[in-house]
Design a protein around this ligand. Structure first.
Ligand code: IPE
Ligand code: IPE
Ligand code: MG
Length: 254
């Protein structure tokens, strides 16, 4: 399984051995897919060409994660702040989920992948929303990798919505204030059916969260790489997992 991932055409068998520990694969990997625009600029291409190539990376990394036995892969595809971008770029980005899902749905089905989404669906253009909802319902019974797109997602917005829902229940008398604890609060988050990410990867050299999963990343391992998302390869992904496997997670203990 690992071998298939690692072996590319023309590579020898000796390169196929991997020091990845199969018993310590992160269960949930979250990725801030960044650097599409800069990648395109370096190549003298328009920014949207970077987004287009970035979509191919999504496919490669999804397959890689599935092959490795990762259970949840969350990909930051569009933030609540990304609406500030030029209209043309936003329009292009809003067409990508449809393009990606239409193109890949059969393969996702074959691989037993379940598609999910976090983020504010209401503000998405109808075609974007429909594409995601169709893919979600079509793959709902799949039991393999969960491919979770963070689309029109913002960590602060998610927290505010959770607080509003909690406050409403308190106001209605359905919930007592002293029953609010971390476990309960987690069930109001959009990630409620997923464990917190074990590993966060951000590409493109930026060292920040940009409003991503503020609640859920409390104890995740962070991995930053200078590689731009369109050129982030299976080997880069493996390197991130290897680095993760070298870390000692203490969760405040000793
Ligand atoms: C990430 O690449 C994709 C999205 C944020 C939608 P960018 O578009 O942010 O690329 P850079 O950071 O400008 O290079
Ligand atoms: C974060 O990247 C959002 C996504 C990858 C979807 P940005 O490129 O929007 O983040 P900033 O603006 O550099 O912080
Ligand atoms: Mg960026």
């Amino acid at each position: 399984m690992l071998k298939r991932l690692w072996s590319k055409k023309g590579e020898t068998d000796s390169q196929a051995t991997l020091p990845i520990q199969p018993d310590n694969i992160p269960e949930h990997i979250a990725i801030i897919m960044d650097g599409n625009g800069r990648w395109a600029k370096h190549k003298g291409l328009p920014r949207i060409a970077g987004h287009h190539t970035g979509m191919k990376t999504v496919k490669r990394i999804t397959i890689a994660a599935n092959d490795l036995g990762v259970k949840f892969l969350t990909l930051y595809a569009f933030s609540t702040e990304n609406w500030k971008r030029p209209k043309d770029e936003v329009e292009f980005l809003m067409k990508l989920p449809q393009q990606f899902l239409e193109l890949e749905i059969e393969e996702l089905m074959e691989n037993n992948v379940q598609v999910r989404m976090m983020g504010d669906k209401d503000q998405l253009p109808p075609h974007t929303r429909k594409a995601v909802e169709d893919a979600m319902s079509r793959t709902a019974n799949n039991t393999g990798l969960v491919l979770n797109f963070a689309l029109n997602y913002g960590g602060r917005l998610e927290l505010i919505k959770a607080v509003q829902a909690v406050a409403e229940q308190v106001q209605n008398g359905q919930l007592q204030v002293d029953h609010i604890n971390e476990d309960l609060f987690s069930t109001y988050m959009q990630s409620k059916e997923m464990p917190d990410p074990d590993l966060l990867i951000r590409t493109s050299g930026e060292i920040r969260l940009s409003n991503f999963m503020l609640w859920q990343l409390a104890y995740s391992e962070f991995y930053f790489t200078d590689v731009y998302w369109p050129e982030f390869s299976e080997a880069h992904f493996m390197a991130a997992i290897q680095e993760y496997q070298r870390r000692a997670r203490r969760f405040g203990g000793v």
